[in-house]
Ligand binder design. Structure first.
Ligand SMILES: Cc1cc2nc3c(=O)[nH]c(=O)nc-3n(C[C@H](O)[C@H](O)[C@H](O)COP(=O)(O)OP(=O)(O)OC[C@H]3O[C@@H](n4cnc5c(N)ncnc54)[C@H](O)[C@@H]3O)c2cc1C
Ligand code: FES
Length: 316
């Protein structure tokens, strides 16, 4: 099966990237070592950008210091950090749905970096909010920090099917958030609210035992219902909400198990429904280099930190 995809960074301030210098560009065949251009990319020419930039990558994302402004222990395994950015007005670069960063505490090595989605952005305060489920060595290490975090980002591929969130206007949307996956719902809900959409949300407190997105969703006038992913009635509840409300767009933020239940419910509906999902790949570099996020589909290999596609295409 051939899958259609774009590069999330194509023609962003970070394009061309390391992959162009290494003859591995996802979009441009010439920057993949071929003699001819066979790309079907409709934006400006990435090869041209590369030449104009002196046959070099653009300036890559840097590691910056972020001062902790607030640190709240919400439940025994859930922390919420609000951090200030020192570069004025820079929080706006983190405000689109699906944005994530790599965070670690100031005195730890680079291999303690944790990919975390940006839960909320306050552009007036120039702050970012993150929610952390304390689970293993990296997040336990992060949780010990009270003063300064090291932040690498912004990265934008935290959601597959981003185009649906950006293009949906005046429609009926359903957001499903399971456990810490609820952190990704907030920027999605804000974008959909700006687009005049009507939002219904299903939230499962899951392993963090808390509904993180509840207050945000209430402030956006969303209708919120609580569910339990392990409840045998969840699938029928999902189906009922999709049909009774005439849902036209669905976002699932949570585990792959949740994504698959959501995908099945949408497929059972006879209507055309747009779908977006949180990206649950193992992410280490975010740059398409380390290979930790790579999946094979047929004979092709794809880096899930870079490609923007429909979750259904990935068959996870
Ligand atoms: C795009 C994205 C956004 C995320 N956003 C959040 C968030 O907002 N809040 C939050 O608490 N967690 C988030 N996560 C998950 C978080 O990165 C992992 O829970 C964390 O890396 C676990 O590390 P650990 O050493 O504490 O635990 P471990 O015991 O090492 O791992 C616990 C679980 O996390 C998985 N994991 C470990 N390392 C990674 C990695 N580098 N990338 C992805 N999964 C990993 C493991 O496979 C295991 O399932 C996000 C993950 C991704 C990919
Ligand atoms: S996270 Fe390193 S290649 Fe995708």
């Amino acid at each position: 099966m051939s899958i259609s995809y774009q590069c999330i960074d194509a023609l962003s301030p970070y394009c061309p990237c390391y992959l162009a210098e290494n003859q591995s560009c996802i979009i441009c065949s010439i920057l993949r070592g071929k003699d001819t251009c066979d790309c079907i990319w409709q934006g400006s020419c990435i090869y041209q950008e590369y030449i104009w930039n002196g046959k070099r990558k653009k300036e890559p994302r840097k590691v910056i210091e972020a001062k902790i402004k607030e640190k709240k222990k919400v439940t025994k395994n859930l922390l919420v950090y609000k951090v200030s950015l020192s570069l004025p007005l820079s929080s706006i670069d983190y405000s689109q749905p699906g944005t994530y960063v790599f965070l670690r505490s100031a005195n730890s090595q680079y291999y303690f970096e944790v990919p975390l989605c940006v839960m909320d952005v306050d552009e007036d305060e120039n702050t970012l909010t993150f929610a952390v489920q304390i689970i293993g060595p990296k997040t336990k290490n992060l949780a010990q920090e009270d003063n300064t975090l090291l932040l690498r980002g912004p990265y934008y591929n935290g959601i597959f099917g981003l185009k649906h969130i950006k293009s949906t206007k005046n429609k009926k949307c359903l957001l499903i958030g399971g456990g810490i996956g609820q952190a990704s719902l907030v920027l999605v809900a804000k974008a959909l609210h700006r687009g005049g959409n009507d939002i219904t949300a299903l939230l499962d407190p899951g392993a963090i035992n808390y509904n993180l997105a509840m207050d945000y969703l209430n402030s956006l006038n969303a209708e919120v219902r609580i569910f339990n992913r392990y409840d045998s009635l969840f699938e029928s509840l999902l189906q009922q909400v999709i049909e009774d409300k005439g849902i036209e767009m669905v976002y699932s933020g949570g585990s792959d198990l949740q994504h698959n239940l959501v995908k099945s419910a949408v497929m059972r509906s006879r209507r055309k429904i747009a779908l977006s999902f949180s990206n649950n790949a193992k992410l280490c570099c975010g740059e398409g280099i380390c290979g930790s996020c790579e999946v094979s589909i047929g004979v092709e290999k794809f880096k899930l930190c870079k490609i923007q596609t429909e979750y259904q295409m990935l068959g996870r």
